[in-house]
Structure formats: structure tokens, C-alpha cells
Design a protein around this ligand. Structure first.
Ligand code: NA7
Length: 536
């Protein structure tokens, strides 16, 4: 390892200034440590900095999608809408970062290129795209799960003369589609949100759909002052209930199987829950909806019925109806006027299953021998999720061991937080933790607090390095894979399992045992002297 120019030294490096990075920097600062944060964006926000496409909105209720650790942050911030828009979340994160005074500890517009562990000094040596080198005892990755966008290798894309935008890297000043023929590829959460707004502006919209989504109308609305006040007054209850839940979101799950009820009973129950406009209320309505394919089919068919109710053309309704995977195996999308958009005369749907996407031409897209002339194309094609942002950097542990090599067959971690041979490296919402199967802010708070406590313990003991044993990491990873085997996730063929990225190892990158069980396990590990870790 060679270092040229000056090298700074800090106790800890934190990569990323989203929800997790902001809180981690704050937590480390309160321990009295010196911290250098790096963030590729020109401001805080993480995924909410980049995903500023029209209609971008979180699928968790605003008041629950917020930090709970600080009474001041809770008291001083008032959400305005039931589901928060991207601009409002970005304002919130700026407010939190200012209030916690963490911005001065970040270097923005700075991307970490590599982080190598130096065996001689037990330090991490981190290099940024400006060539700056920083040494630190700790390396904390707060890079998010959905921060490396994915553009498929479409033939001819580079020859296409029109405009191309990716939802995950949207121009800051916005895009004017007025008078244009626009194509949107992708009907996941981002596509479902952007499509209605592009349709309102464009002269014509063509949606290129490979797999239809199960989408729930989000019923967004302004919050009342009373609702906001009541939530704040009940924050302890909210915290207790989210801690006790498997996803950080709680609902009233019935005791009986979906199959124990008559179709009429189920219909009435699903209908009531549809009106709550919250995916968790539907998918966790009966305990077996996500465990039993027949039970799942009852709610899948209920969703398809909603599509048929909304779409006037029955053939179109069928093309928009998911048939190939269980509800919940791909993330349920949350929309405003998604299906209604297809009733417009100036919107067409191309099913790529019937007419495969052959290539981009200079003037548009060719599918099944048909040319679609387009002035602009929006790629809503998703992310190299969870491991993508970590493997984008050249991270090397003991003896120059690269993380890319170590994870060539899929990520192995202990608790989703640490990796053997990578001492003093802590991953927030890393692979093998509950990450995206939760209200991620809940998962982040648990991770930051557990990691902060561990680092405080290491400092108290005067230990130089900790790392998990290879056996602890292997056992955690194998047990997590065993737990996931019986779920319906693999049938979804989505970013949850890496199937969306050609060549990516196909494993469920999230711990499916629930955030409540996970939290308890992490606490037991800590109480047992950080069982599974060794010190040097
Ligand atoms: P998603 O959910 O991964 O959706 C990507 C969409 O793009 C999905 O409909 C894909 O179809 C489609 N896609 C991907 N590659 C192709 C190719 N090569 N050809 C045609 N269509 C393609 O990403 P989002 O950004 O919408 O949402 C990600 C998460 O962000 C979301 O779940 C929220 O948690 C926030 P497919 O289904 O693979 O057939």
C-alpha cells in the first residue's frame, strides 16, 4: 500500500450521509471520537438525495419514518403528509443533520474509492476520488441498501439520440416532458410512482412492463395537527410496539389462517384493510399469507380484483395483473392514480413478456419487431441492492483480502454487521441483517445504537481490533439462509434476492427472522461479552 501526499487521521470514518450516516456520526461524536464522514452527494439525504424523480414518496408512514432516539427531533419536526414525499424527507434529514450538527464532519461530493486495512498499524486507510487519504481505527459503512442504480445492458442504448433519465439519478432541476413522447421502462416502486406524473405532462407515454406489480393506492393526504400531536404524545408506545414487531411496523394480525375464513369473510376483511392504505395491514392480515401459497393466492386475487375494478379495458387489466409470483415476494408498491393512468388515451402499455425488448434504435425502442418512436426514456429499472454499494468500493481486509473475492458466492457476515478478516469494520443495514424487510429507520436506529455501544466498549477496554470469527460468520449466514428457505421471496425474482443483476449470486440478502428477534439476538451477543467476536 502506498500513500502519496498528506494523510489525515481520525478515530472513525463513516461512509454515507443518509439516515444511518447522520445518526452514526452523531453517536460517535457523543462518545468523544473524532469522525470523518464522506458522502458522494452534494448534501445529506442518501437515497433521498438522488431519487428526486416526480412522485418519489416513501412507502412507510411519515411519522413512523423518522428518528425516535431524540426527544428534540421528535418535538421540533412536524410532518405534513401521511406518506412523505422525497422533498419533505430531504428537508427532514437536513433539519436533523443541522440540529445534530453533523454536517461539518462530512466531506460532500466526495466518493470513497477504496478502504484497505493496514495490518502493520491496525488502521483503515481510506482513499477518496479526490485522492485524499485518511487513516482511522474504525470503518463504518452507512452506504444504504438502494443507492447503486442499475441500468440494464440494453443493446443500442448508447446509440439512442433521445434523452435518457434514471429515476435513481434524477436531474436536480427536474425535467420538462411537455409535448414529448416518453417511454418508461420498469414498473417497480419507482416506475409506479413516476408513471402517473409523466403521463400528466407528456404528449404520449408508453410504459414497457416486464412484470406487473401488486400496487396499493396510498390514499395520501395532509396530516392534521391533532394527528401529529397525538403521535408525539404516544411516542413511547409507538417505540415499544415497533420494537416488538418483526418489521418495525405493527398491525393487528388475525389468529386464524386465511383459508379458515369463507371467501365472503375474507373479502370483507381485505376490503376494510385496503381502506387503511398500508401494505403491512394487508400482507400481515392473516398469519399465513406469506407462508402458504394458497393463502397468498386469496389476497393476490383480491388485488387483481381491484385492478379489474379500475381498468376499463379487461384485456389491459389482465396484462397489468401479476400472475407469476406471490403477493409480497416482490415489494408491494404504493401508488397514487397508477392504474387510472392506463385509462388515458395518451398512455399505452407494452408487455415485454409478449413483445420482448429487442434494442434501442436511434429514435426509440424496438419490441417484438415494433418500433416505438420516443423523445425521452425514463429508466425505472432499480438497483444493485444491498451488496452493490459495498462492492462498488475496493474494500480490503487483513492481508489485502478483498471483499469482492470474499463475497464472490454471496455475502457472509456476522449479524449483518461485521465480516471476519475485516477488523473494526461495521456495516449499517448490511447483508444478513433485517435491512429492507423493515421500516428501515427502525433497523438503522438499532444498528447504530448497537454498533455505538460496541465501539464504546472497545474503547473502554483499550482494545485495538475486533472481528468476528470465521465460524460465527459462517453460522450466522447459514442459519439466515436456512430461515429464508421456506419463504416465498425466491419466487419474486427481484432485487431482494439479487436476481435482477446478471451474474449476481442469488441469495436473500436480508435476515427474515424479524427485527424483534434480531434485536434480541444482538443484545444477547453484547451481554455475552460480544460473543462471536475476537479481540486483538
Ligand atoms: P425495482 O423494484 O427493482 O423495479 C425495477 C423495474 O424495472 C421492474 O419492473 C423490473 O422488471 C424492470 N426491469 C429491470 N430490468 C429490466 C430489463 N432489463 N428490461 C425490462 N424491465 C426491466 O426498482 P425500483 O426502483 O422500482 O424500486 C426499488 C425499491 O426502491 C423499492 O422496492 C422501494 O423499496 C424503493 P422485473 O420485475 O425485474 O421483471
Amino acid at each position: 500500500m502506498t500513500e502519496t501526499g498528506s494523510t489525515e487521521s481520525v478515530d472513525a470514518i463513516v461512509i454515507g450521509a443518509g439516515f444511518s450516516g447522520i445518526y452514526m456520526v452523531h453517536r460517535l461524536r457523543t462518545l468523544g471520537l473524532t469522525v470523518q464522514g464522506f458522502e458522494a452527494g452534494d448534501g445529506v439525504g442518501g437515497t433521498w438525495f438522488w431519487n428526486r424523480y416526480p412522485g418519489a414518496r416513501c412507502d412507510v408512514i411519515s411519522m413512523e419514518y423518522a428518528y425516535t432516539f431524540s426527544p428534540e427531533l421528535i418535538e421540533e419536526w412536524d410532518w405534513t403528509e401521511r406518506y412523505p414525499s422525497q422533498p419533505e424527507i430531504l428537508r427532514y434529514l437536513n433539519f436533523a443533520a443541522d440540529r445534530l450538527d453533523v454536517k461539518p464532519h462530512f466531506r460532500f461530493k466526495t466518493r470513497v474509492v477504496s478502504a484497505w486495512f493496514d495490518d502493520a498499524t491496525d488502521q483503515w486507510v481510506t482513499t477518496t476520488d479526490s485522492g485524499a487519504v485518511t487513516r482511522s481505527k474504525y470503518l463504518v459503512t452507512a452506504v444504504g441498501c438502494l443507492s447503486t442504480s442499475m441500468t440494464p445492458d440494453f443493446p443500442g442504448l448508447s446509440e439512442y439520440a433521445g434523452e435518457v433519465y434514471h429515476t435513481a439519478d434524477w436531474p436536480e432541476g427536474g425535467v420538462d416532458f411537455s409535448g414529448k413522447r416518453v417511454g418508461v421502462i420498469g414498473t417497480g416502486s419507482s416506475g409506479v410512482q413516476v408513471i402517473p406524473l409523466v403521463a400528466e405532462q407528456a404528449a404520449h407515454l408508453t410504459v414497457f412492463q416486464r412484470t406487473p406489480a401488486f400496487s396499493l393506492a396510498c390514499g395520501n393526504r395532509q396530516l392534521t395537527d391533532d394527528e401529529v400531536r397525538a403521535f408525539k404524545n404516544n411516542i413511547d408506545d409507538h417505540k415499544a410496539r415497533s420494537y416488538a414487531s418483526g418489521t418495525g411496523q405493527y398491525t393487528d394480525t388475525l389468529e386464524e389462517s386465511a383459508l379458515d375464513h369463507t371467501p365472503e369473510q375474507r373479502q370483507a376483511i381485505y376490503e376494510e384493510r385496503w381502506g387503511r392504505h398500508r401494505a403491512i395491514d394487508l400482507i400481515a392480515c392473516y398469519p399465513d399469507l406469506f407462508a402458504n401459497r394458497d393463502a397468498n393466492e386469496t389476497i393476490a386475487e383480491f388485488f387483481r380484483g381491484k385492478i379489474r375494478e379500475t381498468i376499463t379495458d379487461p384485456e389491459l387489466a389482465e396484462r397489468l395483473s401479476p400472475r407469476t409470483y406471490p403477493l409480497g415476494a416482490k415489494r408491494i408498491t404504493l401508488d397514487t392514480n397508477y392504474y387510472q393512468t392506463y385509462n388515458r388515451d395518451d398512455v399505452d402499455l407494452v408487455s415485454l413478456r409478449e413483445q420482448p425488448l429487442e434494442m434501442f434504435t436511434a429514435t426509440g425502442i424496438r419490441t417484438g419487431g415494433v418500433d416505438h418512436e420516443l423523445d425521452a426514456v425514463v429508466l425505472a429499472t432499480g438497483f444493485d441492492a444491498i451488496t452493490g454499494p459495498l462492492l462498488n468500493m475496493d474494500i480490503r481486509g487483513r492481508g489485502g483480502r478483498s471483499l469482492q473475492d470474499k463475497w464472490a458466492d454471496g455475502p457472509t457476515t456476522y449479524l449483518g454487521i461485521a465480516v471476519d478478516e475485516f477488523p473494526n469494520m461495521f456495516m449499517l443495514t448490511g447483508p444478513g441483517s433485517p435491512n429492507v424487510l423493515t421500516n428501515v429507520v427502525c433497523a438503522i436506529e438499532q444498528h447504530v445504537e448497537w454498533t455505538g455501544d460496541f465501539i464504546a466498549d472497545i474503547e473502554r477496554r483499550g482494545t485495538s481490533c475486533v472481528e468476528p470469527t470465521a465460524e460465527a460468520a459462517r453460522t450466522w449466514t447459514d442459519d439466515a439462509a436456512d430461515l429464508a428457505k421456506d419463504t416465498l421471496y425466491p419466487e419474486g425474482e427481484s432485487w431482494y434476492t439479487g436476481v435482477n443483476i446478471p451474474g449476481k449470486p442469488q441469495v436473500i440478502m436480508s435476515y427474515v427472522g424479524g427485527l424483534d428477534v434480531y434485536r434480541q439476538t444482538c443484545d444477547e451477543v453484547a451481554a455475552d461479552g460480544y460473543r462471536g467476536f475476537v479481540s486483538a
